[in-house]
Each structure stands twice: as C-alpha cells, then as structure tokens.
Design a protein around this ligand. Structure first.
Ligand SMILES: Nc1nc2c(ncn2[C@@H]2O[C@H](COP(=O)(O)OP(=O)(O)OP(=O)(O)O)[C@@H](O)[C@H]2O)c(=O)[nH]1
Ligand SMILES: [Mg+2]
Length: 285
C-alpha cells in the first residue's frame, strides 16, 4: 500500500520545507511507502525553485500551472492524477500547504480507514480538536459556516465541512471521477467551495465518512491567507441552490446512485463501505 499526499500550493515557498519535513518524518517513522504530488498553481514567489530543490530529498511529483487557476482546478488536477497513479488499496491524503495541518493526524485517519470508512476528515470540532492562533472573529465565522453546512447538508458523524485535511480510499476517488467526469469539481471558479462540493458528491455516492480530532496550528502560518471569503460564501450559496433545486437538483439527480454500490475495503476484502469504481459514466450530468 502506498500513501499519496496531495498538496495544492499557491505561493507557499516558506511553508513547504517545514511541511515536507514533517510529512517525511511521519512516513519514515511509520514505515510507510509514500509519494507527494504538489500542484504549483502559478506561484509568483520561489515555490517552483523550492520544489525542485526539495524533489532531491523527498518523493515529489509536481504539476505546474503557468497561471493561477485557483484551488478548484488545482484539486481537480491533483485528484485526477491520483486516480491515474494509485492502485486499489492505496490511500490518498489531501492537506493544505500552509503548514497548519500536522501530518501526525494521518495515523488516526488510517485507523478509521481500516475500520471501513472511505473518507476521514480532520476535525476541529471533535473532542481533543481545536485551533491555536486563530482570531476569535475568524473562529466565529468558521463555526457559523460549518453549522450552516451541517443544517443544510446533514451527514451523520460529520461536524467539519470546510477543512481541507482529509484521507480518502484511492478507490473512492477513481470511482467518483468515473461517475462525474469533468463535473467532479464543477464549481471551479468559486474559491474554496470545492472542499464542500467533493464532500457532498462522495456522500451521494454512498461513501462512509468519519472524523478524527485535530488541532489547526494557525500559529505556524507564515504565508499569507489566500481565502477570499466573499467568493467562497457565494460558492456555498450556489452549492445550496444546486443541491436543493426542486427540479433537477443534485439531491434528486444523483440520489439513485446511492444504493448501487458494491463494497470492498482497503485491502480488497468485503466491508460495509462503498466502492464506486465501475459505475456508469456521466450519470446525472
Ligand atoms: N493550487 C492552489 N492552491 C491554493 C490557491 N489558493 C490557496 N491555495 C492553497 O490552499 C490551501 C489553503 O489556503 P489557505 O490560504 O491556507 O486558506 P485557509 O486555510 O482556508 O485559510 P487561512 O489559513 O486563514 O488562509 C493552501 O495550501 C494554499 O496554498 C490557489 O489559487 N491555487
Ligand atoms: Mg490555511
């Protein structure tokens, strides 16, 4: 089994070295075989040069975008690349690059995947989780956004909807791309909405989801924030309309797919979780 780490990066020259060193330490200590795939999304700082340097030390593949295409397109490219290079049983992590996500949380994520879950998200809202160094205004906005998402899109066991730190079975990603094709990430230009969109699409495909506690280490953030709150808020509104639109909304269009899954686990054994691979292409689009 190989662990893949997907990193969307925009002007993260300073954060990448400490983050990659932490990832490598976690993987080496746990005896894991791993690969990192970074999307360098049209950086204006020295991210490209820094990555070339780091590639001599760590197993890194870089997808370069000449111009900044945004988080949605970067995550789509990373996930499509993961779908190409992973084998059944592999695990895919997606983290932020600003060094606020601690790779040691991956250990608990792997335990959850072993229990039969398909997607595990790091959660500030589980006992033991939290955030350090976040302003109370930002924490309040984030809490409200997550509360709203929980009310609109209730998913049993999930409280954290907006954190980008997640673990996926590789089979789940391959299956979702087979089903949704180019619509896998539809709201590409709407800031960080893709994080929520993926969650909903995986849920509609019947993915079993769990959370593990994590502490967001905002105190380690040295690079500037790229989150444009207004665009992401607009994206959440568009998601809500798409999902609830009474005639042809996602809720209705994609619903029939939920119970059509065959079920296999990380090592291929039968478990109570879905494997969406092999479903028909383009359903609902
Ligand atoms: N590829 C790509 N990555 C981006 C872009 N904007 C942000 N990112 C990455 O997405 C991740 C999250 O961005 P952050 O700026 O940390 O946003 P956030 O975590 O929601 O909020 P803050 O930490 O408060 O800034 C980081 O790894 C960024 O480098 C982009 O336009 N393209
Ligand atoms: Mg961040």
């Amino acid at each position: 089994m190989t662990l893949f780490v997907l990193l969307p990066a925009y002007n993260e020259e300073q954060s990448l070295p400490p983050l990659l060193s932490r990832i490598d330490a976690f993987m080496t200590e746990g005896g894991h075989s791993y690969r990192i795939i970074v999307c360098n999304d049209g950086a204006r700082d020295g991210t490209a040069a820094r990555l070339a340097e780091l590639a001599g030390r760590y197993p890194i593949e870089v997808i370069h975008h000449k111009i900044n295409r945004g988080l949605g397109e970067s995550v789509r490219d990373l996930m499509e690349r993961a779908a190409e290079v992973t084998q059944p049983g592999d695990v895919v992590f997606r983290m932020d690059c600003d060094d606020t996500h601690d790779p040691s949380v991956m250990a608990q994520m792997l335990v959850k995947l072993d229990e039969g879950y398909d997607l595990v998200t790091a959660s500030r809202f589980q006992p033991g989780g939290g955030q350090v160094g976040v302003s109370s205004y930002r924490a309040f906005i984030s809490f409200c956004a997550n509360l709203l998402m929980r009310l609109l899109f209730p998913i049993p066991g999930l409280k954290e909807y907006t954190c980008g730190f997640r673990a996926y079975r590789a089979d789940l990603i391959r299956g979702a791309i087979d089903v949704y094709g180019n619509d896998f990430i539809q709201l590409k230009g709407l800031g960080f909405t893709c994080t929520l969109e993926k969650l909903l699409k995986f849920k509609l495909l019947g993915a079993r989801m769990a959370e593990v506690p994590f502490v967001l280490r905002y105190d380690r953030k040295v690079t500037t924030s790229k989150m444009v709150t207004s665009i992401t808020t607009l994206g959440y509104l568009v998601m809500t309309v798409l999902y609830f639109w009474p005639f042809g909304g996602w809720l209705f269009v994609y619903k029939p797919q939920r119970h059509r899954q065959t079920r296999t686990g990380r090592s291929g054994e039968a478990v109570a979780s879905p494997n969406v691979a092999g479903q028909s292409k383009g359903v609902g689009s």
